[in-house]
Design a protein around this ligand. Structure first.
Ligand code: GDP
Ligand code: GDP
Length: 437
């Protein structure tokens, strides 16, 4: 299930980012330890009473060139209305209701989305009598908070969580492969969606009436059921925020949660950009199967080395995704697009693969025999046995004499041995060490 999304909306200087920073829990750490990957300060995963959710500070989004504050806020509100499950509408308790607040309120009222009105900068108890004027904005009880001190935010979050949608449970059968296409704006995601769906023998299911189905595209191909998740935005175009770079991060986060396999789409014509790394980082951290599709291959002038150079570039820039297969395609001409779905299927199968414990231990024994764990401080690490504890992604637990003696580089070696033996194409692997008692 995808996590609820909470969007913070309001005019400048009311304290949106201060509130965001206070609520931001575990930051979305887009593979922080890798150089060159910067982090957005506008998305965070957060939690209240054990209920996780995504938080967006829409004030931090850039919507192209806009001098008009009102225009900017309108886009924030549009995005919040479209994407959020609950909107936190922040106003400034010291300044009172302004004309801009009223304008924002009107937009939010028209949306029918749940809105929690937050009156910020109520640093002292005595400020709270000033709350009454905010009833004028026409929402439920305004909640006074001080983002600076953190007071009132508990009541506010209680109100937010009450509006979260009910968990509707599993949406698709076990044997349906859920695919997310992610990438920054203009790499060709929509074109690729259309090309895939336009392929011969792709049978798109008629869309059922539920809201979830309306954002996804289920179809059959060669006897396999697939669903492209979160394709609504790609099929109807034209919203300003759709084309903003930072927005693609949210898209990716939301889509990937509901996917088995993520296709990271790159633009061969423009090469690898900073934003691509962010998207790729999300794909890696999600634990989903990952494929890298280099699109617009038709638009590149090539010789016999161009493809290899591209592969090298991708491997250098996204070293954390070294397991992801790369496919060079053109959504425009259709070149190699017919390879995409079979590759998705293959990766999905590998992602769900379970290795029998006996076979796993044979491979581990051989690996240790060829290259034993190096000694450290006169002691030798030893691996007693291992077992695969879960799939999607595969997680292995190795029982060892002392976890501190098995270093990262040795785990990399074992991971490579596992890949050599079993494949796990397109699949991240997690190896955990446990001390054998
Ligand atoms: P944004 O433009 O809506 O994101 O607003 P900021 O978070 O940047 O805050 C604008 C100003 O208000 C900053 O100087 C903050 O320090 C201040 N501010 C934010 N929250 C509070 C609060 O709860 N109390 C007080 N006194 N100041 C606050
Ligand atoms: P999205 O924002 O990632 O969904 O990208 P779009 O599918 O809207 O494509 C952005 C632009 O790239 C459009 O002008 C497309 O016509 C163009 N485009 C998409 N795929 C290809 C391709 O394979 N080759 C070429 N030459 N152009 C493409």
């Amino acid at each position: 299930m995808s996590l609820p999304v909470v969007a913070i909306v309001g005019r400048p200087n009311v304290g949106k980012s201060t509130l965001f920073n206070r609520l931001a829990g575990e930051r979305i750490s887009i593979v922080e330890d890798k150089p060159g990957i910067t982090r957005d300060r506008i998305y965070s995963k957060s939690e209240w009473n054990g209920q996780p959710f995504h938080l967006i500070d829409t004030g931090g989004l850039e919507f192209g060139k806009q001098d008009e504050v009102v225009e900017h806020i309108r886009h924030q509100a549009e995005l919040a209305i479209e994407e959020a499950d609950v909107i936190l509408f922040v106003v400034d308790g010291r300044e009172g209701v302004t004309a801009t607040d009223e304008e924002v309120a009107r937009m939010l009222h028209r949306s029918n989305k749940p809105v929690v009105l937050v009156v910020n900068k109520m640093d002292h108890i005595k400020h709270h009598e000033d709350l009454y004027e905010f009833y004028r904005l026409g929402f439920d009880e305004p909640i006074g908070v001080s983002s600076l001190h953190g007071t009132g935010t508990g009541d506010m979050l209680d109100a937010v969580v009450r509006h979260f949608p009910e968990d509707v449970g599993e949406e698709y059968d076990e044997d349906t492969i859920r695919v997310a296409l992610i990438g920054r704006p203009n790499v060709g995601k929509s074109s690729l969606v259309n090309k895939i769906l336009g392929e011969e023998r792709v049978i798109v299911s008629p869309v059922a009436g539920t809201t979830r189905d309306a954002v996804d595209t289920p179809f059959d191909y060669q006897g396999q059921k697939y669903v492209l998740v979160d394709t609504a935005g790609m099929r109807k175009r034209g919203k300003v925020y759709e084309s903003t770079e930072k927005y693609s991060v949210l898209r990716a986060l939301k889509a990937i949660e509901r996917a088995d396999v993520a296709i990271v789409v790159l633009d061969a014509e423009r090469g690898i950009a900073e934003q691509d790394k962010r998207v790729a980082g999300i794909a890696h951290e999600s634990g989903r199967g990952v494929i890298i599709a280099v699109n617009k291959w038709d638009a590149v002038e090539k010789d016999d080395k161009t493809m290899n150079r591209f592969v090298q570039e991708i491997r250098d820039q996204f070293s954390f995704l070294d397991y992801a297969p790369i496919v060079f395609i053109s959504a425009k001409t259709g070149q190699r697009v017919q390879r995409v779905l079979p590759l998705v299927k293959e990766v999905a199968e590998q992602h769900a693969m379970r290795v029998p414990t006996s076979v796993l231990n044979e491979v581990l024994r051989d690996a240790v025999m060829v290259t034993p764990p190096p000694s450290s401080k006169g002691r030798k690490g030893s691996i007693q046995y291992g077992t695969q504890v879960s799939v999607k992604p595969p997680v292995f637990v190795l029982f060892v004499n002392d976890p501190d003696l098995i270093h990262f580089s040795y785990l990399r070696y074992l991971e490579n041995q596992l890949r050599e033996a079993f494949g796990f194409k397109g699949t991240p692997l997690r190896i955990l060490l446990r001390k054998k008692k």
